[in-house]
Design a protein around this ligand. Structure first.
Ligand code: 0A1
Ligand code: ZN
Length: 885
């Protein structure tokens, strides 16, 4: 907690570190009410700088200094200066050893940053600046050191003692305690440091690397979770092989460990050789985790593993470069997931997520470039822009260079910078070297915030058989940035003839035509592309595969959208056409919803859905995507000032109308799919994910008809299912239905069955908090008093507070402001315990500009109330400061 305003950290003020730490020797003495941390740091003046000896300023927070010595000489209190965030002293020589002992209280650490306790075990979270809560240190990523770590703890409660690298020694002590020493041969910044101590059990496997080395793979979990490790382990082995094959990256230690912890602010953390996971992001079995959870686990395990190269071997110079590791690693994990499952479906999911959430961020008060220029609290910058937009930026580079050159570029990047802490410019420089191209203009994607807009118009001249596409790009002002310069935008496109076939593509200055699709490089504010020998009026298929993270405006007629949904040769663009069609239909209903009970509905949506359902050869995964209406969140983003209640009602109305119109074919298809699910054992594989997704989507539509036969089918699916995917989907249908008694019974039996499994109970909480039925506020208040709820557990907070404020639209946006006030109360409460969580949970309220005036006022009132609620953390202060007008 702080009293004065936190300081801005600014990229342009980056300076090399005055001192370096060659070796870091840590000894932990873990006790129930405190821990002692002894550090011996082998340090030197940075040889790249002059030979003066400026004061040494180490970072440290919430540490009680017990002992401090320089080259073995105890320092007295007058020889150093302590502040709330630092320890400063004057070295006497260019090379020296600093030893310290600090006392900390992990058991009282509710912020879950630094060393803390979770379900009886000790664990750490050091990224970004948590290491300074463990010992005094140069806690910045460009200080890379070789770590040796010894952990002492009581043996009975903490039989397993882990850290980075390889175990090199261990021993017993007389008092029932024991110790283990770990050595990490790779230099690393402090944010990649980790220890774990607990009563953990381990699932083991091995992996033989491409050069024939055997690596021991271990997953450490609480004993009751041993049967939930197989999927994570399989995902790990697939990731290791994939990174060898796709990027030539081999694992480098003899052991790779994953630990599952129950209290974790984020998804997981890539500590060198010792990845620590939020248990929800690694533990799964059919009975307790949905298909979506299985897929999420596969991609997060891969993400953390891929960081071993993109992040650990080559790390970031400073936190402004965060997307260097995160954007690249998200790109790599999305390529991996595309290879493991359906590439088109993965692209659709990624784009839907980006457009709903990252575009909203980019249009809001927290908008920042992929490489930000200033921050108060770095934890606030683990954003969708750094991760998701950062990945899109890397994806565009991949598109522009092509697979082969991109791989050469990444090889060069890893080779040039192995063991270094570098910048986004270094990444781009490697790609420039291999491709011989100048990416100066492209780099605007790193420095300019905001989502670019592409306005595209076209004209066809039958006489000359020419077709012109005119592309105008613009980018809105964002906080602190105006007058954006044109971006380099790879515009993937094709021209379709009346049969839906891709036509030859020849630009006016070219000697031959290409077939299929091509990528136009849009580089100017306005640019015209002229195609020749175009035999008939084409229908353009634009921004195929969502080749750039932009908002594209092209005035398609509804008939054209129907045609593209059925015939486009790009699967992504088929989906996109359907989304645009549905969006137009819903928007029309929004305009009528307060005027009439029976808004006019364009029948073309139901007609094309009927046609798609009748198409036997359509991949069920694609059909499920096609039938999914744009989310409420996405629709809200389409308005300058949205009325969330009208949007919710309109989307419900359209969904209900579709359900009634398509009831017969939907029921027939549902029953066929359900039969297969009943007859086959659960397998976590793409084909089965697709079947269950379609089956559940059809069930959700059918339940809207309030038909008793469907309700019975739903109850049956709920009761009989051997997997969480079918069971939870049925439960969600019941909870959102008027069959209140059945829903209540189902909730009770679910809670009884899974009472001992906190991860399943999270889903039980979330399905209720997200319910769209009236009475949401009372429901969540009730859930908060459930004995399994804890405000200290981030997964529970996300399941209740998060689900309510992001999914329960009509309740969160209630006209009396009660939903907003509820969120504000929870944020205030959270900030005293866990500032990172408080700042994250606040996000829905920061988006007030997007809504109607009435909602704007209510949301702002709550932001002000939080601001005046007392002392705020730096995390929360920064978000409030930027969000309030
Ligand atoms: N680097 C991790 C995520 C992570 C980031 C920040 C954290 O604390 C502020 C914790 C974890 C990843 O990308 O998976
Ligand atoms: Zn990451």
């Amino acid at each position: 907690m702080r009293t004065e305003q936190p300081k801005m950290i600014v990229l342009s003020e980056y300076r090399l570190p005055d001192y370096l730490i060659e070796e870091t020797h840590l000894t932990f003495e873990l006790h129930e009410s405190y821990a002692l941390v002894h550090a011996r740091l082998v340090m030197q003046r940075n040889p790249g700088l002059d030979d003066t000896l400026p004061p040494l300023r180490l970072d440290g927070q919430q540490l009680e200094l017990v002992d401090l010595a320089l080259d073995g000489q105890q320092l007295s209190a007058v020889e150093y200066t302590l502040t709330a965030n630092s320890l400063e002293l004057q070295p006497q020589r260019a090379a020296f050893e600093l030893t310290s002992t600090v006392r900390i209280e992990p058991q009282n650490n509710t912020a879950l940053e630094g060393l803390y306790k979770s379900s009886g075990m000790f664990c750490t979270q050091c990224e970004a600046e948590g290491f300074r809560k463990i010992t005094y240190y140069l806690d910045r990523p460009d200080v890379m050191s070789r770590f040796t770590t010894t952990i002492h703890a009581e043996k009975h409660s903490y039989p397993v003692l882990l850290s980075n690298g390889n175990p090199v020694a261990s021993g017993e002590e007389e008092n029932g305690r024991h110790w283990v020493t770990w050595e990490d041969p790779f230099k690393k910044p402090a944010y990649l440091f980790a220890i774990v101590a607990g009563d953990l059990w381990c699932v083991e496997d091995t992996f033989t690397t491409m050069s024939g080395r055997e690596v021991a793979l271990r997953m450490y979990v609480e004993p009751e979770n041993l049967d939930k490790c197989q999927h994570g382990m399989d995902s790990l082995k697939k990731s290791m092989r994939w990174d060898e094959e796709k990027y030539g990256r081999e694992y480098d230690l003899d052991i790779f460990m994953i630990v599952a912890v129950n209290d974790f602010n984020m998804g997981a953390m890539e500590n060198k050789g010792l990845n620590i996971f939020n248990s929800s992001c690694v533990l799964a079995k059919a009975e307790t985790a949905t298909d979506a959870a299985h897929q999420r686990i596969e991609s997060i395990v891969a993400h953390e593993y891929f960081h071993n190269w993109s992040g650990n071997r080559v790390t970031c110079r400073d936190w402004f470069q965060l997307s260097l590791k995160e954007g690249f690693t998200v790109f790599r994990d999305s390529q991996f997931s595309a290879d493991m499952n359906s590439a088109v479906v993965k692209r659709i999911e990624d784009v839907a997520y980006l457009r709903t959430h990252q575009f909203a961020e980019d249009a809001g008060p927290m908008a920042h470039p992929v490489r930000p220029e200033a921050y108060m609290e770095i934890s606030n910058f683990y954003t969708l822009t750094i991760y998701e937009k950062g990945a899109e930026v890397v994806r565009m580079l991949h598109t522009l260079l092509g697979e082969e050159l991109f791989r050469k570029g990444s090889d060069l990047y890893f080779e040039r910078h192995d063991g270094q802490a570098v910048t986004c410019d270094d990444f781009i420089a490697a790609l420039e070297t291999v491709s011989g191209s100048d990416l100066t203009q492209f780099k605007r994607w790193y420095s300019q915030a905001g989502t670019p807009r592409l306005a595209i118009t076209d004209s066809y001249d039958a006489a000359s058989q020419t077709y012109q596409l005119t592309v105008k790009q613009s980018c809105p002002d964002t906080p602190g940035q105006s007058n954006k310069q044109p971006f380099v935008i790879p515009l993937s496109m094709a021209l379709l003839n009346a049969q839906g076939a891709a036509m030859p593509l020849q630009l006016a200055n070219e000697s031959a035509a290409l077939t299929g699709e091509r990528v136009l490089a849009v580089t100017e504010a306005e640019q015209t592309f002229t195609f020749i020998h175009v035999a008939e009026q084409p229908l353009p298929s634009l921004l195929r595969g969502f080749s750039a993270p932009v908002i594209m405006d092209y005035d398609y007629s509804r008939d054209a959208l129907v045609f593209l949904l059925q015939h486009d040769t790009d699967g992504f663009n088929r989906w996109e056409a359907g989304q645009q069609l549905a969006l137009q239909v819903i928007e029309e209903v929004v305009a009528q919803i307060y005027e009439t009970d029976e808004p006019m509905l364009d029948t073309r949506l139901a007609e094309v859905f009927t046609a798609l359902l009748a198409q036997d050869d359509l991949d069920p995964a694609m059909l499920a995507e096609f039938l999914a209406l744009p989310s409420t969140g996405y629709i809200i983003e389409q308005y300058e000032h949205a009325d969330p209640l009208a949007i919710h009602l309109a989307r419900e109305y359209v969904s209900n109308q579709l359900a009634f119109a398509l009831k017969a074919p939907m029921l027939e298809r549902y029953q066929a799919l359900r039969k297969v699910s009943l007859e086959t054992a659960y397998v976590a594989q793409a084909e089965d994910f697709a079947r269950r997704r379609l089956q559940n989507m059809l069930l959700a539509y059918l339940m809207r008809t309030e038909d008793l036969e469907v309700m019975d089918a739903c109850l049956d699916q709920f009761g009989v299912a051997d997997n969480m995917t079918e069971r939870l989907a049925a439960l969600a249908c019941l909870v959102n239905s008027p069959f209140v008694d059945e829903a209540q019974k189902a909730l009770e039996s679910f809670a009884e069955r899974f009472a001992d499994d906190p991860l399943v109970m999270d889903q039980w909480f979330s399905v209720q908090a997200a319910s769209l039925l009236p009475g949401g506020l009372e429901r969540v208040q009730h859930l908060l008093h459930h004995p399994d709820f804890s405000i200290k557990n981030p997964n529970k907070v996300r399941a209740v507070v998060g689900a309510f404020s992001t999914q329960s639209t009509p309740n969160f946006h209630a006209l009396d402001g009660s939903g907003y006030a509820f969120l504000a109360d929870k944020v205030i409460e959270l900030d005293r315990l866990n500032p990172q969580m408080a700042a994250r949970m606040l996000s829905p309220l920061t988006r007030w500009q997007r809504f109607d005036l009435h909602q704007q006022e209510l949301m702002q009132a709550q932001l002000k109330r939080i601001k005046n609620s007392g002392e705020l953390s730096a995390d929360l202060f920064e978000v409030l400061d930027k969000s309030l007008p």
